[in-house]
Design a protein. Structure first.
Length: 258
């Protein structure tokens, strides 16, 4: 078979545009492709919602790839082990209640199942702004990450979504835009982003799940963004809270969609 470069190019363009057009009007838009965002997207898509995930980097998976200080193993506690089972991730018990998993396998398994469940994933896309109507977030303003990095003056595009999940990690990038530019206050004690505290694994893991909730009308936070917005500790390379946070935010949005 002789290959035609133009057919190859057209195939890539056509298939990408199909995915993008399907994602212009969403049930849920997820910003950030770490473990919390992937778990949430997988569950929501599996339940028949039109969901897309936007990640500014080339790779999907957030900080999980590197394990702890580039030792590519992660730790998951007893409470989150069932999510490893759900995604077919192998693990070993280290001590009672502590389980280790290969970080590469973990990320690959999360991405594969999320894609198989119907989650559309877009990498190299940044969120430049939000769309707000009647004091509720109802859309995202998207831009190519390389355009943002180069500081080019290129106008962005817009997608519409019933709900947004900020799973951007420590920076809570979507909520930061809302705090800076939108009317009203956040649903925090101060009405603003409180900010994350120093590393405390036990407390950070618990509060990551507790803080997984709505931060502004139709805008939810998950993963480390939840602790950054509502003011609790980071937790280091233990990832059970991230996985459970993704599950919790998906369940909250599914309930709102009923």
């Amino acid at each position: 078979m002789k290959l035609d470069e133009i057919i190859i190019t057209k195939a890539i363009i056509d298939r990408y545009i199909e995915k993008l057009k399907k994602s212009l009007e969403l049930d849920v838009a997820i910003v950030g492709g770490g473990p919390a965002g992937l778990v949430a997207g997988s569950i929501l898509a599996e339940n028949g919602l039109n969901v897309a995930l936007f990640e500014r980097k080339l790779s999907i998976g957030g900080g999980m790839w590197g394990g702890g200080m580039m030792f590519n193993e992660i730790v998951v506690q007893e409470e989150a082990k069932r999510i490893l089972d759900d995604f077919g991730i192998s693990y070993k018990e280290y001590e009672k209640g502590y389980y280790t998993a290969d970080s590469i396998e973990s990320v690959a398994a999360l991405i594969l199942k999320a894609k198989k469940n119907g989650l559309n994933i877009f990498n190299c896309i940044s969120i430049e702004d939000v769309v707000v109507r009647e004091d509720a977030v109802c859309g995202l303003v998207i831009q190519w990450s390389p355009v943002e990095m180069a500081g080019l003056h290129v106008d962005p595009l817009v997608i519409k979504s019933k709900f947004i999940i900020d799973a951007t990690g420590h920076d809570a990038e979507v909520v930061a835009v809302v705090e800076r530019k939108c009317p009203g206050k956040l649903f925090t004690e101060t009405g603003k982003i409180i900010g994350e505290k120093s590393l405390w694994a036990d407390k950070g893991e618990i509060t990551t799940v507790e803080n997984t909730k709505e931060a502004y009308k139709n805008l939810f936070v998950a993963g480390m963004a939840a602790n950054a917005v509502f003011g609790s500790n980071r937790m280091g390379p233990v990832f059970g809270g991230m996985l459970l946070s993704g599950k919790k935010v998906a369940e909250k949005i599914l309930k709102r969609m009923e």
